[in-house]
Design a protein around this ligand. Structure first.
Ligand code: AKG
Length: 275
């Protein structure tokens, strides 16, 4: 396993993905990245998250998008010099995993702290439920795939805390519908009940703090409720190919005010080039 850090040892950093991990991602549409970020990076990210959300992960404002998967909170993003080095390191990995021509770069798409609140808690936040099975692609409103999400554990997370599960190979099945079209609270499996036979589910997994998984925007994935008594602390970083264009559809993932049909996501303040 490549242990080289893509940023200096004193900065927030991640390691480079290995050739085996790239091949696994290509085959399955996702891969595990053990020890992806350093212990010091985990500590600092967790501090940032808890400064915004409190130790119990629910001290922030209720997000406008009412989804049960987790309680979302933005970070300072790539505009923060401290985070930028790490986000650039993630971009370099996305470029390796994307498998496109080396001239095609990578854009940052977003990042969020994503504690899944314990299902047993009586909380005003909706983020204490199940992550029903879905692909991300349709909701990103883009004309091409190649995007991905790095899902980074900010604590030791047991399987029962609602960690990720993946339907290996489903990234090769094409677009499987917008999640808003499945029955209320339902999942992709309602419309594709044979998916588990065609694409065997993997997970949920136990993650050590600093472990990550990365999944393609085309991959069907899900997570159960958090059945522990502490928040499931994770940090999610999303990337896209630099040549991706907005389809004109209304995505939940970003504000398209002022954007033109088939425009590149070339607003450097929101979607900077990171590789
Ligand atoms: O963290 C979760 O429970 C869901 C994450 C997810 O859906 C995603 O990363 O695309």
């Amino acid at each position: 396993m490549a242990e080289s850090m893509l940023a200096g040892d004193s900065a927030l950093s991640c390691r480079a993905v290995s050739a085996d991990e790239i091949a696994d991602y290509d085959r399955n549409g996702w891969t595990r990245l053990p020890g992806f970020v350093s212990p010091q990076t985990v500590r600092r990210l967790r501090e940032m998250a808890q400064a915004r959300m409190g130790d119990d992960g629910q001290g922030n404002a209720i997000a406008p998008i009412q989804q049960p998967f987790f309680n979302p909170e933005v970070s300072d993003g790539p505009g923060s010099p401290e985070l930028r080095t790490l986000i650039d390191g993630i971009g370099a990995n996305a470029k390796l995993l994307m498998g496109r021509h080396p001239a095609i770069g990578v854009r940052y798409f977003g990042d969020i702290f994503a504690p899944k609140l314990p299902a047993a808690w009586d909380t005003r936040h909706p983020g204490g439920g199940e992550t029903f099975c879905h692909q991300d692609f349709i909701n990103w409103g883009l004309d091409r795939s190649g995007g991905m999400t790095f899902w980074i554990a900010l604590a030791d997370l047991p399987e029962e805390s609602g960690t990720m599960s993946f339907y290996s190979g489903s990234h090769r099945l094409g677009a499987l519908g917008h999640y808003a079209t499945y029955r209320a609270g339902g999942s992709l499996l309602d419309d594709y009940p044979d998916l588990p036979e065609r694409c065997p589910p993997s997970g949920p997994f136990a993650y050590r703090a600093g472990d990550a998984t990365v999944h393609s925007v085309m991959l069907a994935h899900s997570a159960s409720e958090n059945r522990t008594d502490t928040p499931r602390w994770a940090w999610l970083v999303m990337t896209n190919p630099a040549d991706a264009r907005w389809t004109g559809a209304p995505p939940e993932a970003y504000d398209t005010t002022g954007m033109r049909h088939l425009q590149l996501l070339d607003d450097e303040a929101r979607f900077p080039l990171i590789a």
